[in-house]
Design a protein around this ligand. Structure first.
Ligand SMILES: [Mg+2]
Length: 217
């Protein structure tokens, strides 16, 4: 069941957003601006939440996010995502992946050079149980969270609709996604069909934290 997306990092009202995006449009007509999107789990952070599989007869087992992506539930099993909503676990155990963390910091440092540009974090997690503590985890490791909004969309397939919405709100000429889950990159690149004026760059993030050359559409 798709969950409505909620912007849990930004306190900007929608009126302010539409005014700002109007101003951005005027500013960026000739310069071109970029939307840069980072995933969280195994992209910005090495994280330790696991998906639990609850079996009918009480037995439980755990899956890493990678294992979860290909796991087929049998008829007497169900997923339990509780650990992914646990902000204390996130705050206490998450470790920045240095390479990508630096990329995020550099992107923020340079954001002013391309007016109208925006950096966002989009996760397939559902809302965490303590938003302040969740956001503070990024701040604790040196990311300026006044410049970034965090969006928890509750399911990988909900990323594309949110990204589409953000692209339609701004006047971007470039969109970049850093994500370790290949299907997310493909979904993102498929937006090119609808928005041929935008250059889409999908950066695969390997388990080692290495960023591969972008796939461009
Ligand atoms: Mg991920």
């Amino acid at each position: 069941m798709p969950k409505p997306t909620r912007d849990i990092g930004s306190r900007t009202s929608s009126k302010a957003v539409s005014l700002a995006s109007h101003q951005q449009k005027q500013l960026t007509q000739n310069t071109g601006s970029a939307l840069t999107i980072f995933d969280i789990d195994d992209t910005l952070f090495r994280t330790f939440a696991r998906v639990e599989v609850r079996h009918k007869h009480g037995h439980r087992s755990e899956l890493t996010p990678t294992e979860f992506n290909s796991y087929q539930l049998s008829h007497d099993e169900e997923f339990d995502f509780t650990q992914f909503q646990d902000a204390r676990l996130f705050h206490a155990t998450s470790k920045p992946i240095e390479n990508i963390w630096k990329t995020a910091q550099n992107t923020l440092d340079n954001i002013g050079k391309r007016p109208g540009s925006r950096v966002v974090i989009v996760t397939a997690r559902q809302d965490l149980d303590d938003t302040e503590l969740f956001i503070d985890t990024f701040r604790k490791h040196g990311l300026d969270m006044d410049k970034i909004s965090v969006h928890a969309v509750g399911g990988a397939s909900n990323k594309k609709p949110l990204i589409r919405e953000m692209l339609l709100e701004g006047s971007f000429t470039e969109a970049r996604l850093f994500d370790d889950y290949h299907q997310n990159l493909l979904d993102f690149l498929s937006l090119k069909e609808e928005m041929p004026h935008i250059t889409f760059k999908a950066f695969p993030v390997a388990h080692s934290g290495k960023i591969s050359k972008p796939i461009i559409s």
